[in-house]
Design a protein around this ligand. Sequence first.
Ligand SMILES: Nc1ncnc2c1ncn2[C@@H]1O[C@H](COP(=O)(O)OP(=O)(O)OP(=O)(O)O)[C@@H](O)[C@H]1O
Length: 256
Amino acid sequence: MSCKDVDVYYGKFRAVTGVNLEFGRNEITALIGPSGCGKSTLLRSLNRMNDLVDGARVDGDVLFMGEDIYRKGVDPIEVRRRIGMVFQKPNPFPKSIYDNIAYGPRVTGMKVDSMDDLVEEALTKAVLWDEVKDKLKQSAFGLSGGQQQRLCIARTIAVKPDVILMDEPCSALDPIATMRIEDLMQELRQDYTIVIVTHNMQQAARVADRTAFFTALADKGTGDRTGVLVEFGRTTQIFEDPRDQRTEDYISGRFG
Ligand SMILES: Nc1ncnc2c1ncn2[C@@H]1O[C@H](COP(=O)(O)OP(=O)(O)OP(=O)(O)O)[C@@H](O)[C@H]1O
């Protein structure tokens, strides 16, 4: 998956501009940068989630399997099935654990031989099965925050995506639950391409193969702050040998 000259607008306001990025298959890419530099905005443009935001518009191309996901005739629902998203706050449906997983395959009309097997497979991949296998019919709200987030990851996996987008998936979790999600991400990258927005630089350094650092530049006339990609590379290079002074200032805590 890649972005070519991507700009994202909210009405007349250009939130992000000129982004060119290649997301490596079966790699984890972290998007980092100070608040308001457009990380979440860019992430949402990668699976047409911004379509659901009034006034949002994407210019440029977001290529997935060589095809622009914004091309006329592309079904955004299918895009979001193949490029799933996990949000900051765990958001299980007010349903049983089982039905949270079965919901996506049902509504997308997936051909499923055994829903029980699919639910077990998704929960196993999300490393939650052992904790919930005896209470599948109980409400998802009875789970801890960390378990709920793994349930949301299982729910994303259940519709068999190729890519998983994660928008600060650990920011509402305690350190132990965070560690479990990070471990889980390492497992998942064997099967999926992952893009994660994180505020936590240590987390980016721990989990990501590649890191993209963004900052916001203020327009001299209007004062509008627009996000730009400053530097993109292997995570070790970004953290140990940044090429741009702004990256160095940010990762060393001098700015942002
Ligand atoms: N739905 C929206 N409507 C209008 N403007 C928005 C909307 N969402 C975000 N913005 C604006 O777009 C810019 C980028 O926001 P975004 O949330 O993408 O940044 P971010 O880097 O993810 O920030 P944070 O790290 O604080 O979450 C900000 O100026 C924000 O106010």
